[in-house]
Design a protein. Structure first.
Length: 305
């Protein structure tokens, strides 16, 4: 089985599955509720492979329509262009919930004192790592030994993998390596096994999946050169003073049990996620440590309307 479904679409997975299960959570008991139960949910634009907002809306609108049909509310999903806009919109109460990568949460949490994480979304592991893999008999002992060598990489590496590569390379990793784009993670791994590439960079979840599928091949042909520390998983947050606790609890209950329902299982399978989990006790501590260790990358200035 190829590995691209689990990795190449992980960003879209986080966005799509949250939308479907938010719809399910709202629909469990909101019919006839007052307008105060209506919430706007901001989806960080970097959750999507597409960056054209019109194309992103094509993915979002069917799910938003599902919410409206099932609940009779005007619940709305909006695309938020970057961290600064997410902060601004939450503080101004233009949105009451937000969905984002764990890294982005780490970088903005100190500026949003009235928000809390509600749930995390997981594919394979509760935390994320980036891992650089080389041939087992490679002479490389450090990242510098791979400079200007070929890095086999799937077409859309996960957000945390791209961030960490840029961090350890001291800039755009495409200027450090000779990047050879592959159709998926498995193809990138095979390029390393065949020594057509000096290395690949993958998520820890992708690597564990490969090991489970091909344990003997991994043992024979690969070794891990280096790996990142843990990064927080994708997260949904909410404003504590703007969303009723009963509604928050309904969202939480529905999402946690989504993998137990036919619709939830089908949707999770479609978006290559396993389930939603309660926020781990150390989640904010991990986010704080991440923010201290890794400065956020600069965002492009937002266009003036």
């Amino acid at each position: 089985m190829g590995m691209s479904p689990r990795i190449a679409f992980i960003a879209r997975a986080c966005a799509g599955i949250f939308l479907v299960l938010v719809a399910a959570g709202v629909s469990t008991g909101l019919r006839g509720q007052q307008a105060r139960d209506e919430v706007k949910i901001g989806m960080m634009n970097n959750l999507f492979e597409e960056q054209d907002e019109k194309k992103i809306r094509v993915q979002i609108d069917p799910f938003a329509g599902l919410v409206r049909r099932q609940t009779g509310t005007q619940g709305d999903f909006v695309v938020v262009q970057g961290r600064e806009k997410m902060i601004e919109d939450l503080k101004a109460n233009r949105i009451q919930m937000g969905v984002m990568h764990g890294l982005d949460y780490a970088w903005i949490r100190d500026r949003l004192v009235d928000t809390k994480p509600l749930l995390i979304a997981v594919a394979d592991t509760n935390t994320l790592k980036a891992v650089i893999v080389v041939p087992k008999d490679s002479s490389a002992q450090s990242l510098d030994d791979l400079k200007e060598q070929t890095l086999a990489l799937n077409a859309y590496p996960p957000y945390h993998v791209r961030f960490w590569l840029n961090h350890v390379c001291g800039g755009n990793y495409a200027g450090f390596f000779k990047v050879a784009t592959q159709r998926d993670v498995e193809a990138a791994m095979e390029e390393v096994a065949d020594k057509s590439a000096a290395a690949t960079a993958v998520s820890n979840g992708a690597l564990e999946f490969y090991k489970r599928q091909k344990p003997v091949r991994f043992q024979r042909f690969f070794r891990v050169l280096m790996e990142s520390p843990d990064f927080p998983a994708p997260v949904m947050i909410y404003r504590t003073g703007q969303v009723r606790q009963e509604l928050v609890q309904r969202f939480r209950t529905s999402m946690l049990s989504a993998h137990q329902t036919p619709e939830g299982r089908d949707t999770l399978q479609l978006w290559r996620l396993k389930r939603f989990l309660d926020v781990p006790a150390n989640f904010d501590q991990l986010a704080e440590e991440t923010a201290k260790r890794f400065p956020p990358p600069q965002e492009a200035p937002q266009a003036v309307p």
